[in-house]
Design a protein around this ligand. Structure first.
Ligand SMILES: NC(=O)c1ccc[n+]([C@@H]2O[C@H](COP(=O)([O-])OP(=O)(O)OC[C@H]3O[C@@H](n4cnc5c(N)ncnc54)[C@H](OP(=O)(O)O)[C@@H]3O)[C@@H](O)[C@H]2O)c1
Length: 363
């Protein structure tokens, strides 16, 4: 049983306050493993937790009650709610793999509605037990029955018919998370009905590495929904909350950005080849250089005494650049070439053009 495994690993189940989605497994900071029964005013919540938690000693129950009364502390680590995916292509499958790898969910707590058999086979290999058919042919109904968190992962073009098929089955007890570019909260709410809890997120393709997700909330979500979304998306990358009006800019920067960086890596490798390196050596050095340089931005080492540290714990890239460029050295010679070629302006225009295109696609 999942609870036994978690408790054995020193985790405990906490009820975090109000609302049906407020339960989570957290690492046990100190003391014996706690294994208890959670309850909630929500019958839905009771039903969900019943399968996770079993009865415990009086001491443990008392400790659990105290923990439940106390404000939540530390990050959430586990989503007990069942998660349903409608569509599991490139991005949907990457998210499923990430949720499983990070253990915020488990195969038995995930269901998927897919169209073609090949996708079903791939998901079965991941251990997903509940795989339903086409969303427009009963799949949406099945996903809504199985899960309380629903991830909309079809292309924007398919979203109209997917939303129409989901609307009769989705209730206020569901949290709907859309990853579709350009489909606004207003559109989602209008299609799914008043009061449905809807969140938009904007992942990017290197979803299993460092990446941005941009959750933005409609008026409906419970306060706890932010925690659920944050945990899910932080489990597969880097998660930042932004206002919905900023999502096109997020799409232009972190959605399209990986392609801009790939082009940069390719060009750096070409430079290495031109300077005499073998292709493989040049490509490996280029990719590692970009990865290492990006990591340095988050190093916040405070070194060099020149400041430039941000509230998010980042070092300004200009500060890092200046540290590499020594007087009359190789780096400043290369930087001068980049400035002459207008590379800085080209990146600015690329991100802006992608954001503009995102606005156009949203209509
Ligand atoms: N890929 C990215 O880099 C990226 C970045 C940010 C946001 N997004 C968003 O993520 C969403 C998915 O993109 P993607 O790249 O993962 O697309 P994708 O690979 O084409 O995946 C979409 C999946 O949805 C399935 N689907 C379509 N209609 C369905 C239905 N009625 N019932 C069940 N499944 C259905 C498709 O099945 P079939 O193939 O059989 O039609 C496909 O497997 C899009 O809305 C996109 O805007 C993607």
């Amino acid at each position: 049983m999942a609870s036994t495994r978690l408790a054995a690993r020193g985790w405990r189940c906490l009820c975090l306050g109000s609302g049906p989605s407020l339960a989570a497994w957290r690492p046990l900071a100190a003391g014996p493993a706690l294994h208890t029964t959670c309850s909630s005013s929500s019958s839905r919540g009771q039903q969900q937790w019943a399968g996770i938690c079993s009865s415990a000693s009086k001491d443990a129950a008392a400790a659990a009650a105290a923990a439940a009364a106390a404000p939540p502390s530390g990050p959430l680590t586990y989503i007990p709610e069942r998660i349903g995916f409608i569509g599991a292509g490139q991005m949907g499958e990457a998210l499923i793999r990430g949720f499983l790898r990070s253990k915020v969910s488990s195969p038995g707590r995930i269901c998927v509605s897919v169209k073609d058999v090949e996708r079903q086979d791939a998901l079965e290999r991941l251990g997903i037990g509940s795989i339903f058919g086409d969303a427009t042919d009963g799949g949406s109904r099945d996903v809504a029955r199985f899960s309380s968190v629903i991830m909309l992962c079809t292309k924007p073009q398919a979203m109209g018919e997917v939303l129409a098929s989901l609307a009769p089955h989705v209730t206020r007890d569901h949290l709907v998370i859309s990853i579709a570019a350009g489909i606004t909260l207003q559109t989602l709410e209008a299609a799914l009905g008043e009061g449905v809890r809807v969140v938009r997120v904007m992942p990017n393709t290197p979803v299993l590495g460092e990446c941005f997700h941009a959750p933005t909330h409609s008026h409906g979500p419970h306060a706890s929904d932010a925690d659920v979304v944050d945990l899910l998306l932080s489990s597969v990358g880097f998660c930042l909350a932004v206002e919905e009006k900023q999502l096109d800019a997020v799409t232009g920067l972190s959605g399209s950005g990986p392609a801009f960086v790939y082009l940069m890596i390719e060009a750096l490798a070409d430079g290495g080849v031109m300077a005499g390196l073998h292709r493989d050596t040049a490509l490996a050095l280029a990719a590692k250089t970009v990865a290492g340089a990006a990591q340095m931005v988050f190093s916040d080492d405070g070194g060099g005494g020149s400041g430039g540290s941000s509230s998010l714990g980042m070092v300004h890239p200009g500060v890092l650049k200046d540290r590499v460029a020594s007087p009359a050295g190789t780096t400043i010679a290369g930087l001068a070439e980049l400035e002459v070629s207008g590379v800085r302006g080209a990146f600015i225009r690329a991100v802006n053009a992608a954001a503009q295109r995102s606005r156009e696609l949203a209509g």
